[in-house]
Design a protein around this ligand. Structure first.
Ligand code: URP
Ligand code: ZN
Ligand code: ZN
Length: 479
């Protein structure tokens, strides 16, 4: 199958040029003006539109078993919804239960993801520690294309990683050329503050942000960054939601530490007033961690994105319907944590980022696609419009408008946190591995067409740190 995208303007992280794009056999074959292409190619008229690398959402949780239930969106429905919004790759999370072998969990998630319709990859969480975890981290990097390991500093008595686990796992990641990532919230503080709220008689969703104030994130972010600094390992902070955590990232980066920060579309656009909604279901539908924050944090996060101190945007797409959220009717700490957004991330960021003048189109591409591809080492195969790259592309109509609603979205959830938001600028066509899978409202996806993306380990920075460290080790005799 071959496709010629004709008459559009190609927008990448580096440049904006008038060019046609020819795709065949799943790859980008030619980019330029007046292309000489074989006859028979399907033509997409991109006149007046932008042709960009498909979005990469580096933080999703399809069909995650979590807090006594399972996320309602699976790898089929979730990746399809992503394609409808211009997102062509996800990096999801393998989250082993405590004591579950990492390799067993990895194979379980690989099985679940077989039905994906777009490409996908996995961060693997380190939720406990013993020699087998150390060994399995090595196998995952060497043989299974994993180059990032996740650490939940929250969720005490479940999947929380304490300092011992963080230090062991970060050190192992450095040996392997992998990057540690963290959910930065102090799990002990959350646990105790939840108890305090309940003792005070606060049982509704408003107790969720009250038990997770900005200090909870600030402390953990700072701790993770300092541990990474001491061990000389890069670190990536997922869903940065506070100006305090952003400040720690900014300070570390200005001291040449390799720290990366991700921000969610939701944290940029939604504030904490949602938890004071008198409608319990609506308030509970917004329960996710870290919670939505007061408006001053949103302004700081936009600044972080503009300044480059936050590099990626994600959704933390983790869907729970009203009947699942109802588990916490009498106790906010039992409301399954998670919100959706994979279908809407690109359009809300275009509307509130590019159209509002906060981001250039090239910065939009960087923060929705290219930076994630570079940080997680899949560039230029993903995140670029270059010859030989996977033909994962979105044709973007800057004039088309849409009102976001759970009634019309493809996501398998009965709620949309962006409900009623009017956006200008949406995906008109999405290509996944060279196939046209979405065309103005119509999805034509094939179950299982998505492929697992191998992500090789990082070389240069890690080699230099590891070599320097070896040189500085006292020898056995000297010891
Ligand atoms: O509330 C959230 N974010 N749920 C998914 C798990 C996580 O912490 O990322
Ligand atoms: Zn998280
Ligand atoms: Zn998450």
């Amino acid at each position: 199958m071959s496709i010629l995208i004709k008459g559009g303007t190609v927008v990448t992280a580096e440049q904006t040029i008038r060019a046609d794009v020819y795709c065949a056999d799943g790859k980008i074959k030619q980019v330029g003006d007046k292309l000489d292409v074989p006859t028979g190619a399907e033509i997409i008229d991109a006149g007046g539109q932008y042709v960009m690398p498909g979005g990469i959402d580096p933080h999703t949780h399809m069909q995650l078993p979590f807090m006594g239930t399972v996320a309602s969106e699976d790898f089929y429905t979730g990746t399809a919804a992503g394609l409808a919004g211009g997102t062509t790759s996800i990096i999801d999370f393998v989250i082993p239960a405590p004591q579950q072998k990492l390799m067993d969990a990895f194979h379980q998630w690989r099985d679940w993801a077989e039905k994906a319709v777009s490409d996908y990859s996995f961060h693997v969480a380190v939720t406990w520690w013993d020699d087998s975890v150390y060994e399995d981290m090595g196998k995952l990097v060497a043989d299974h294309g994993v180059n990032s390991f996740k650490h939940f500093m929250a969720y005490k008595n479940a999947i929380m990683a304490d300092d011992e686990i963080l230090v062991n796992s970060f050190s192992r990641a450095l040996e392997l050329g992998a990057i540690p990532t963290v959910h930065a919230e102090n799990g002990e503080l959350v646990f105790q503050l939840q108890r305090k709220m309940k003792e005070m008689g606060i049982t509704g969703p408003e107790g969720h942000p009250m038990s997770r104030p900005p200090e909870v994130e600030a402390e953990a972010a700072n701790r993770a960054i300092r541990i990474a600094q001491a061990l000389e390992v890069p670190v990536y902070l997922v869903h940065v939601s506070t100006q305090e955590a952003l400040q720690s990232i900014t300070t570390a980066r200005s001291n040449s530490q390799r720290v990366f920060g991700e921000v969610l579309a939701g944290h940029l656009l939604i504030n904490d007033s949602v938890y004071r909604d008198p409608d319990w279901e609506r308030a509970a539908a917004h329960v996710m961690s870290p919670p939505f924050r007061p408006k001053n944090h949103q302004a700081a996060l936009w600044h972080g994105l503009q300044s480059g101190n936050l590099q990626t945007t994600a959704t933390d797409h983790c869907c729970f319907c009203a009947d699942q959220k109802a588990a916490g009717r009498d106790d906010f700490s039992l409301i399954p944590n998670g919100t959706a957004g994979i279908e809407n991330r690109m359009e809300v960021l275009w509307h509130h980022g590019v159209s509002s003048g906060r981001l250039t189109m090239n910065e939009f591409v960087k923060t929705t696609s290219t930076n994630a591809a570079q940080i997680f080492n899949i560039y230029p195969r993903k995140g670029s419009v270059t010859i030989g790259a996977d033909a994962d592309l979105v044709v973007w109509d800057p004039e088309a408008t849409k009102t976001i609603s759970a009634k019309t979205h493809h996501q398998n959830i009965d709620f949309n946190i962006f409900e009623g938001m009017e956006v200008k600028g949406v995906a008109s066509h999405t290509l996944s591995n060279g196939k046209l899978v979405y065309k103005t409202g119509e999805l034509t996806v094939e179950r299982g067409a998505g492929k697992y993306i191998d992500r090789p380990p990082f070389a240069s920075y890690y080699d230099s740190v590891n070599k320097r460290r070896e040189r500085n080790q006292p020898t056995a005799v000297a010891r």
